[in-house]
Ligand binder design. Structure first.
Ligand code: ADP
Length: 244
C-alpha cells in the first residue's frame, strides 16, 4: 500500500479538560483534495495542529508508515508533512527565488545564504512554475499580493518535499480570481503530483468548486464525510450551518 496515506484513529486533543478534537477517525488518500469544514470552534485548526505536532494529542495519526502522535514538529516535517497558516510567513525583503532557495536549503540541512546565485536549483525552478510565479522570480516577496504570498508559501513546502499539505484557510482575503487560481493550483498539486492535501476552509463556494471530498467537524467530532453533494444533502450538516 502507498504509505502516503493519512489515517487518523481516535485522534483527540484536550486543553485543560476541554476536548477540542474528539476521537476523530479520518483517512485521506494521495490525489485527494480534502476540505475540512465546520462552524467556528469545531476543532479544524486544532486537528491540523495535532497532525503537524504543534499540540499534543492522543490516538494515532499514521503517515508514511509512522505514527505522528508524540513526535516532534521537525521530525514530522522531515516525514514530508507541510502546513501553512492563515497569515503567510515569507521573507518579505527577499525575492521569490531566494525564499524558495532558502526553503530548499533548509530541507538539505545546510545554511543557504540569501545571495544571488548564478544558477537556480532545478527544484526551485520547478516549484516556481507550479505556483505560477516564474514571471515574478526576482521580485521581493513583500511586494506580492496576499494570494501570491500564499502560493509562495505552498512553493516553499513543495521544495521541502512535503507530500502531505495542510492549509489553513488559504483563500481568506483573496480576490475571486486569486481564489480560482488557488483552487486550480491545489488541484494540480493533488492530482498531478499525487500529493495528499487537506484544506481547512470557511469559503463554501470555494469548497464546492474544488473539493474532491469533504469532512465536516462539529464540536470536535466528525459529523459527516463524503463528496460535496453527499455532505450538502446531509440534514445534520444543514442543521449545523443553518440551524434547526
Ligand atoms: P476551528 O479551527 O474549527 O475554528 P479551533 O481548532 O481553532 O476551531 O478551536 C477548537 C476549540 O478549541 C475552540 O473552542 C477553541 O477555543 C479551543 N482552543 C483552541 N486552541 C486552544 C488552546 N491553545 N487552549 C485552549 N483552548 C483552545
Amino acid at each position: 500500500m502507498n504509505a502516503d496515506y493519512l489515517e487518523l484513529t481516535n485522534l483527540t486533543v484536550s486543553f485543560d479538560g476541554f476536548v477540542a478534537v474528539d476521537r476523530v477517525n479520518m483517512s485521506v488518500l494521495p490525489g485527494d483534495l480534502r476540505f475540512l469544514i465546520g462552524p467556528n470552534g469545531a476543532g479544524k485548526t486544532t486537528l491540523i495542529d495535532a497532525v503537524s505536532g504543534l499540540v499534543p494529542a492522543t490516538g494515532s495519526a499514521r503517515w508514511a508508515g509512522e505514527d505522528l502522535v508524540g513526535r516532534k514538529v521537525h521530525r514530522i516535517a522531515r516525514l514530508g508533512v507541510g502546513r501553512t497558516f492563515q497569515t503567510a510567513t515569507v521573507f518579505e525583503e527577499l525575492t521569490v527565488t531566494q525564499n524558495l532557495d532558502i526553503a530548499a536549503g533548509a530541507r538539505r540541512g545546510v545554511l543557504t545564504l540569501a545571495r544571488r546565485r548564478t544558477r537556480v536549483p532545478e527544484v526551485v525552478v520547478k516549484a516556481m512554475e507550479t505556483i505560477g510565479l516564474t514571471d515574478l522570480a526576482e521580485v521581493p516577496a513583500g511586494t506580492l499580493s496576499h494570494g501570491q504570498k500564499q502560493w509562495l508559501e505552498i512553493g516553499m513546502l513543495l521544495v521541502q518535499d512535503a507530500r502531505l499539505l495542510m492549509l489553513d484557510e488559504p483563500v481568506a482575503g483573496m480576490s475571486a480570481e486569486e481564489k480560482d487560481e488557488t483552487g486550480r493550483l491545489l488541484r494540480r498539486i493533488a492530482a498531478d503530483a499525487d500529493l495528499t492535501v487537506v484544506v481547512v476552509e470557511h469559503d463554501m463556494d470555494f469548497m464546492r468548486a474544488f473539493a474532491t471530498s469533504v469532512t465536516v467537524l462539529h464540536a470536535g467530532k466528525v459529523l459527516a464525510e463524503g463528496s460535496v453533494e453527499q455532505v450538502q444533502a446531509d440534514p445534520r450538516v444543514q442543521e449545523v450551518y443553518l440551524g434547526p
